[in-house]
Write a protein that binds this ligand. Structure first.
Ligand code: FES
Ligand code: FES
Length: 181
């Protein structure tokens, strides 16, 4: 008799108290424009946008930090608004336009916000940076010349373990200046 190798083999989850979850085969087709390219995929209703972007489309710029909408590492622009993509189902994005960090640079040239983060040392390990940059885009889209307080308020939903934030605030100010504020 083969030795048990998993919890299922031991029968730990396979009793009346812990019934095995049904595997859903139900999918819906979504059409999404991401960074200017239209994608069409069949997705399960439970698939989060962050997993769709990373695992189905292959865009790994948006990061997974917490998966509970706390850290902001997964932030992308969805139909003009910065959203935490771990808090949105892919199926909700049918027909939507999405911009990820991969779509910020154009023609081999960094976006002004990316340049500002680079110049102002607005990153160390870089894990939070894609989300910081997408949120910065929204801050500046709404207010091209924000005060320090407005920048800090705008970045409240994005956490950074490394920089202490002052360099990030400096980067947002530099990006505003570069855009002509
Ligand atoms: S991974 Fe989405 S907010 Fe942290
Ligand atoms: S640069 Fe490391 S988490 Fe922000």
């Amino acid at each position: 008799m083969p030795l048990p190798t998993s919890a299922l083999d031991f029968g730990i989850f396979n009793d009346r108290r812990y019934p095995l979850p049904e595997v859903s085969a139900m999918t819906e087709t979504i059409n999404v424009n991401i960074n200017g390219t239209t994608y069409s995929h069949d997705v399960e209703p439970r698939l989060l946008l962050i997993h769709y972007l990373r695992e189905v489309v292959g865009l790994t710029g948006p990061h997974i930090g917490c998966e509970t909408s706390l850290c902001g590492a997964c932030t992308v622009e969805l139909s003009g608004k910065a959203v935490k993509s771990c808090a949105v189902f892919a199926i909700q994005c049918d027909g939507a336009k999405i911009l990820t960090i991969e779509g910020m640079a154009a023609n081999g040239k960094l976006h002004k916000i990316q340049e500002a983060f680079w110049n102002e040392h607005g990153l160390q390990c870089g894990f939070c940076t894609p989300g910081m940059i997408m949120t910065t885009k929204q801050i500046l889209d709404r207010n091209p010349n924000p005060s320090d307080q407005e920048i800090r308020h705008g970045l409240e939903g994005n956490l950074c373990r490394c920089t202490g934030y002052q360099h990030i605030v400096n980067a947002v100010k530099a990006a505003a200046k570069a855009a002509g504020a």
